[in-house]
Ligand binder design. Structure first.
Ligand SMILES: [Zn+2]
Length: 57
């Protein structure tokens, strides 16, 4: 079984190729814009569905 390790950043719209598999609840940092994304599920095409984590400093 082949798992997709792709996702589309909702912030910068770049396609990200992940080096490892992530599951729901994991946090991924976008290598393009640096934003933190939480994995919330999977899309029908197998790519990861993510949401932007709003962080205040
Ligand atoms: Zn991004």
């Amino acid at each position: 079984m082949k798992m997709s390790k792709k996702l589309n950043c909702p912030e910068c719209k770049n396609n990200i190729e992940l080096e490892k598999e992530y599951s729901e609840g994991d946090v991924v940092e976008c290598p393009f814009c640096g934003i933190e994304l939480e994995v919330v599920g999977k899309n029908e095409d197998g790519s990861l569905r993510v949401e932007i984590i709003e962080e205040e400093k």
